[in-house]
Design a protein around this ligand. Structure first.
Ligand code: IPD
Length: 292
């Protein structure tokens, strides 16, 4: 209850910069790579090394705060109401091993299962996104320069429906069965011309990192981001940032983001003076009841 969120935020930024150094120092050509669920669900020794550094530093600085990280997660673990760091050491591991410069560390703090602090850092672009609940969201482009408030446009445009939106989606690691069928059908529906029943959004984007997609929505660079199958560590930090930027996280199962749950559908919508709610409804119309 009497946690100093500012001190936590400041430490998370230092930890993020340290993680960034480890990522930039790694040579993707000769890092040890393994897989988890299948051949496209990739983990590297760098993911594990960064998570170890992060958990060691955070447990030394804030011993009373619990920790959940992607690489030490075991099925059945849950996020409780107690303050918990929710960490993805490298979000965008696939990009990382291909040297595609969109990957980041995602550091969140949840209290009562609600994201309170978020820090996301992409070391390849030297882009830092941060937020503390109730205190706004910021982006720092190049370390040491003045943070810019999010969303970047001082007056965000109203949202006028899917038809004029730039939408982020991801393929994720699930490549078979109902999940894959729904995903590919939704991609088609989103892009198809209206005369064949689609919503013909301006286009689709996939940064390859859930956290960076959410950060781009918070910045107002994307109108929305939809994915089924994200994990708590993919979304916790981004969610804190999105909320503070006036955005909104909707889900087929809103707020039920515990990793133990099967249904983890997220729709992040940018801040706007109007049209957020309508976009969410239009989106659910496209994907049926939002189930995967
Ligand atoms: C993944 C990335 C990817 C998204 C997956 C995530 P990882 O995280 O964010 O873009 O589609 O759902 O699990 O494995 O790179 O940490």
């Amino acid at each position: 209850a009497d946690l100093n969120l500012q001190a936590i935020h400041d430490e998370l930024i230092q930890v993020a910069y340290e993680a960034g150094k480890m990522m930039l120092a790694a040579n993707p050509a000769n890092i040890d790579t393994g897989t988890k669920l299948n051949s496209v669900d990739i983990v590297t020794e760098v993911d594990k090394g960064v998570e170890k550094m992060v958990s060691t530093r955070l447990s030394a600085a804030f011993p009373s705060i619990s920790f959940m990280g992607e690489e030490t997660y075991k099925p059945g673990m849950r996020i409780g109401p107690e303050p918990t760091f929710v960490v993805d050491p490298i979000d965008g591991t696939t990009n990382f091993i291909h040297s595609f410069p969109e990957a980041c560390i995602s550091l969140g703090l949840a209290i009562e299962r609600i994201p309170h602090v978020g820090v996301i850092y992409n070391p390849w672009q030297d882009l830092l996104y941060t937020a503390i609940k109730g205190q706004g969201a910021y982006m720092t482009r190049v370390r040491g320069t003045t943070p810019q408030k999010l969303p970047l446009a001082q007056t965000p445009r109203p949202i006028s429906g899917l038809g004029s939106s730039l939408v982020a989606v991801e393929w994720g690691a699930d490549r078979h069965g109902a999940n894959f069928d729904v995903k590919t059908a939704v991609f088609r529906q989103l892009t198809a011309s209206r005369d064949i029943g689609g919503s013909m959004c301006h286009s689709l984007r996939s940064l390859g990192s859930a956290a960076l997609n959410i950060a781009a929505v918070a910045a107002g660079q994307l109108d929305c981001y939809w994915e089924g199958g994200c994990w708590a560590w993919d979304v916790c930090a981004g969610w804190a940032i999105l909320n503070e930027a006036g955005g909104r996280m909707a889900g087929g199962n809103p707020g039920q983001w515990d990793p133990a749950l099967e249904e983890r559908v997220y729709l992040a919508v940018r801040g706007a003076p109007s049209g957020q709610k309508e976009l969410v409804e239009e989106f659910w119309g496209v994907i049926g009841d939002g189930r995967l």
